[in-house]
Design a protein around this ligand. Structure first.
Ligand SMILES: Nc1nc2c(ncn2[C@@H]2O[C@H](COP(=O)(O)OP(=O)(O)O)[C@@H](O)[C@H]2O)c(=O)[nH]1
Ligand SMILES: [Mg+2]
Length: 406
């Protein structure tokens, strides 16, 4: 097991947070008394919990601040895409408007009327907006943050929620400065805008706020990637994993984070699909639960923006066809997932060893033994590990095509 202790430590800090201490004890005692079969029910419950976790993201700010554009960017959409939030409208609805993620309906983004357009105080505004249902608040301003923004932030904090300050349209500010000045230093100009926002908010009673300078038209630039990271980091681990999978594939780092999230599920799925419930598959050396395997690969594709909905959105954006994008990704895993495809994955997947499998299994001492050579657990684990690796490579190739088309 070579460096098992160090990899085990990493696994502990990354994986243990999906489970409460209580659940871990239950997993251990279930395994001791009833083996793998008994452990399955708790794992099934956990996977279901991961699938059903909702995320509600509130975006507030004055009319024209860029809320709708930011919501579209976070959903991986442009304003012209089907289902995108209408941009540039000066509508005066006083109700929050919800927009679902294009493929993960449990993730919703809420466009809230700016507090300045209502007659409410911060407290009654938040009550009116049903603040309890949101996981966090993004406060957007295109120019200066106001007294109202600061009051709202303080009230959000007092009520036990997180807020994030976003200064939008930074691309437009930098563009006009670039035209105005003989010498132009982007970093220095961003620094000035940032400290102006910080000092204004400081005077309004928010000491040392973090302000993210973003352009919703260029989500791979400025502070947009850092904003996404901060939003994820502020969430409890299950919600964070849902948030990460809902992010648009703006860069390779996000794709790799998605892989980390999906990897954590593989051992749970392997245990769920192995043993008594497994069915022999002609061509595979061990029995497997086909439904779990096919379902997992389809979920991987969704999380990695490789499903047909995400590819169609990207195709329209880049002026390519879905077929072009699939051809660039060069993978049989983007078509219909059938038993022969699973068998094909199983044939090549012999290199996974128990020591690799073991990284997530410290939770249940002794369970590593069920992953012995030729077991259905090992077969499922190998197939899904291989499938995820191939799909991550596809996502990176598709990203390269998208960047090339810009
Ligand atoms: N240059 C630039 N314009 C933006 C950006 N975000 C929004 N806009 C523009 O600002 C206007 C208002 O944006 P919108 O998203 O509708 O703001 P909302 O009223 O807060 O929902 C629209 O014309 C957008 O195209 C941005 O990041 N950069
Ligand atoms: Mg709007």
């Amino acid at each position: 097991m070579g460096n098992a202790s160090s990899s085990q430590q990493t696994a502990q800090s990354e994986t243990s947070t999906y489970f409460t201490q209580e659940e871990i004890s239950k997993l251990k005692s279930d395994f001791e008394t009833g083996g793998v079969e008994k452990v399955k029910s708790l794992l099934k419950k956990k996977v279901k919990e991961l699938d059903n976790t909702e995320l509600n993201i509130a975006v507030t700010g004055d009319t024209g601040a860029g809320k709708s554009s930011l919501i579209n960017a976070m959903r991986g959409l442009c304003s012209e895409d089907e289902g995108a939030a209408a941009v540039g409208t000066t509508e005066t609805t006083m109700e929050p408007t919800g927009y679902s993620h294009p493929t993960l309906p449990n993730v919703r983004y809420w466009d809230l009327p700016g507090i300045g357009t209502t007659q409410f105080t911060a407290g009654s505004y938040l009550k009116e907006m049903e603040f309890k249902k949101y996981d966090f608040f993004i406060i957007v301003a295109a120019g200066r943050f106001t007294e109202n923004d600061a009051k709202l932030a303080k009230e959000i904090k007092r009520l036990g929620k997180e807020f994030y300050f976003v200064r939008s349209k930074i691309d437009a500010d930098l563009d006009s400065m670039r035209k105005e000045r003989k010498t132009f230093d982007e970093g220095a100009e961003m620094g000035k805008i940032r400290s102006d926002c910080v000092s204004r908010l400081g005077k309004a009673g928010i000491p040392d706020p973090t302000v993210f300078l973003i352009s919703s038209f260029e989500p791979d630039r400025y502070d947009f990637p850092r904003l996404m990271e901060a939003l994820g980091d502020g969430l409890p681990s299950i919600k964070e994993s849902v948030f990460i999978l809902a992010l648009p594939n703006i860069n390779v780092q996000i794709i790799r984070k998605k892989r980390e999230v999906l990897v954590k599920r593989i051992w749970m799925l392997a245990i769920m699909s192995g043993g008594v419930g497994a069915i022999p598959v002609p061509g595979l050396s061990a029995a497997c639960d086909m439904g779990i395997l096919i379902g997992a690969i389809i979920d991987f594709r969704k999380g990695l923006c490789l499903d047909d909905v995400a590819l169609r959105i990207l195709a329209e954006r880049t002026g390519k066809s879905v077929e072009d994008l699939k051809a660039a990704a060069q993978s049989f895993l983007l078509g219909e997932i059938t038993a022969p495809i699973i068998v094909r994955m199983g044939l090549g997947a012999v290199a996974v060893t128990v020591s690799v499998v073991g990284t997530a299994l410290y939770l249940i001492p002794g369970i590593g033994s069920v992953f012995g050579a030729g077991s259905s657990f090992l077969m499922t684990y190998s197939i899904l590990t291989k499938a995820l690796q191939l799909l991550v490579e596809c996502a990176e190739k598709v990203l390269a095509v998208a960047k090339g088309a810009e």
